[in-house]
Design a protein around this ligand. Structure first.
Ligand code: GLU
Length: 298
């Protein structure tokens, strides 16, 4: 007989959301397994989402095909339909319109080198673990200048005014299952970019919209994205999206204790496969790494 409790628990839904910027790496495998196991242990579902919003990456399709091959080789399966972000730009555009209508976005015409120069001029520029903080130059542009530059077709990105966001929503909380209750600070990473011509939606915008669209209840991902959750929580609040629980897991490291870089081709799953390793060998190495502070040996 089902207990009342079991009947009332919402189904657990996790996701694996790789960005196809290269071949799948052992770090991706760890993220995929964490999501899969978290769902399996709770009788839930684990979905797959391809985060291919960067349309300047011409080889994305190739990497996605290789990813499917790697996942088949490993015997890793996901539930339901695969969500592909490059097919959802209209959804992100709609959210951007909403934020624009709320007066929370402004166009930023600064180039990367202009921003660098502005920061150098400021002497000790505000910095964060996610990189430099945008000094807010275009936030102060007069409306007529903005309209003239947009009409002229000047290249621009859309940034979110995080001070306004914070004034509007305060500092909402989120729960990290490993670290406990967290209070977000929307302004912590400055006015991040939410869209630009060659990337019609940023990772931050797409991830919150799609976690909601896929009904994700638990976001399991690497702790390198822990800080980004401040931004995600703020976006969820202004876009009125449901807030999943988070579980940020540790990352794989090399012998020197340095995080394994995604660009390190030697740890791609395809190269391990080509070197004659079996899926079991790879899984055993991963288990060993997890039992040894994340240090990966092959
Ligand atoms: N697409 C990201 C990556 O491949 C993961 C994003 C997330 O889990 O929120 O690193």
């Amino acid at each position: 007989m089902l207990s009342i409790d079991a009947g009332m628990q919402p189904e657990v839904v996790t996701r694996f959301a790789p960005t196809p910027s290269g071949p799948l790496h052992v770090g991706h495998l760890l993220a995929a397994l964490q999501a899969r196991r978290f769902a399996d242990e709770r009788g839930g579902r684990c979905l797959l989402r391809i985060e291919d919003i960067d349309i300047t990456r011409s080889r994305s399709r190739e990497w996605v095909e290789l990813m499917h091959e790697d996942l088949r080789w490993l015997g890793l399966q996901f539930d339901g339909d695969i969500m592909v972000q490059s097919e959802r730009f209209d959804v992100y555009a709609h959210a951007l319109d909403k934020l624009r209508a709320m007066g929370l976005l402004y166009p930023c015409f600064c180039t990367r080198s202009e921003i660098k120069a502005q920061i150098a001029e400021m002497g000790r520029a505000p910095h964060s673990s996610l990189g430099y903080l945008y000094p807010g130059t275009c936030r102060k542009l007069p409306e007529d200048v903005i309209q003239a530059r947009l009409a002229r077709g000047d290249s621009h990105a859309w940034r979110i005014d995080m001070q306004r966001v914070q004034d509007l929503i305060g500092c909402p909380e989120w729960m990290d299952l490993h670290r406990g209750l967290q209070r977000s600070v929307p302004t912590l990473y400055g006015d991040v970019v939410l869209a630009r011509k060659e990337m019609p939606a940023s990772y931050h915008l797409a991830v919150v919209i799609d976690d909601a669209a896929q009904g994700v209840t638990h976001v399991t991902r690497g702790e390198d994205l822990f800080e980004a959750t401040h931004i995600h929580r703020a976006l969820q609040a202004v876009l009125d999206l449901p807030v999943p629980l988070y579980a940020h897991h540790g990352l794989l490291k090399d012998n020197a204790g340095k995080r394994l870089a995604k660009r390190d081709g030697a740890r791609s799953l395809a190269s391990l496969r080509a070197a004659g390793l079996s899926p079991q060998d790879v899984m055993i190495s991963l288990q060993r790494a997890l039992g040894n502070d994340g240090i990966w040996h092959i």
